[in-house]
Design a protein around this ligand. Structure first.
Ligand SMILES: C[S@@+](CC[C@H](N)C(=O)[O-])C[C@H]1O[C@@H](n2cnc3c(N)ncnc32)[C@H](O)[C@@H]1O
Length: 199
């Protein structure tokens, strides 16, 4: 889908920085924007997932908790594709929808685990993940459990990216969970909604 010409100037103004990236072009950003419509995954978030996925080594592993319609997974795949890498993808999602399956059908080496992250963690070996994207349940309790359970799964030198780094009532406690666990190691990737921690 081509970007709408009328919307381009405003879109360009908001996002100019990421379009210095040779691989992250208008059409790709627009595709992600449409995939993520209705959710909170913005173009800046897309850019971070894309850029970090591009750095995964050949044969490496991308794992995400919470896939919904597949926007972040698509970004990760496109990042690895741009870098000409073959990466293994794992999506942990407790509520699989047909439109998710349709959107990610063309992603090779994809393992979909239909389960809650608390249960799925038993299927993931320690020190095996290059890039972990946490975007499941954003309550403080679950965000903390996901960090505690999945941080050991990341390889040394790997990266954790977490979405919705803020607190908002009882349903959003990602910031509190991440700050408590990682303290000053947390990097807030503004103006996106992500935080990042290197292992
Ligand atoms: C915010 S959406 C994910 C958005 C997605 N990353 C994107 O790019 O658009 C959160 C998703 O996490 C799933 N989810 C919530 N809690 C979960 C859990 N504990 N384990 C696995 N999936 C979970 C929900 O079903 C929902 O599809």
């Amino acid at each position: 889908m081509k970007i709408n010409e009328r919307e381009k100037p405003a879109f360009r103004k908001r996002h100019w920085k990421m379009f210095h990236d040779k691989d992250f072009n208008w059409d790709l950003a627009w595709k992600i924007r449409n995939l993520a419509r209705g959710g909170g995954f913005c173009t800046w978030d897309a850019w971070h997932v894309f850029s970090l996925a591009r750095k995964i080594s050949d044969g490496g592993v991308y794992l995400e908790i919470g896939s919904w319609k597949g926007a972040s997974l698509t970004c990760a795949f496109l990042g690895t594709k741009a870098a000409k890498k073959t990466v293994n993808f794992i999506a942990i999602e407790c509520a699989i929808q047909q439109r998710f399956l349709d959107n990610v059908r063309s992603i090779p080496n994809l393992k979909i685990i239909k389960a809650k992250s608390d249960n799925a963690q038993r299927e993931i070996n320690p020190d095996t993940i290059d890039l972990l994207f946490i975007d499941g349940n954003h309550s403080y309790v679950q965000a903390k459990r996901d960090i505690e359970n999945y941080w050991p799964k990341i390889k040394a030198g790997g990266t954790l990216l977490g979405h919705d780094y803020f607190n908002k009532g009882k349903y959003f406690g990602v910031k509190r969970a991440a700050d408590e666990f990682f303290k000053t190691r947390v990097v807030s990737l503004k103006p996106s909604h992500c935080y990042m921690v290197r292992k």
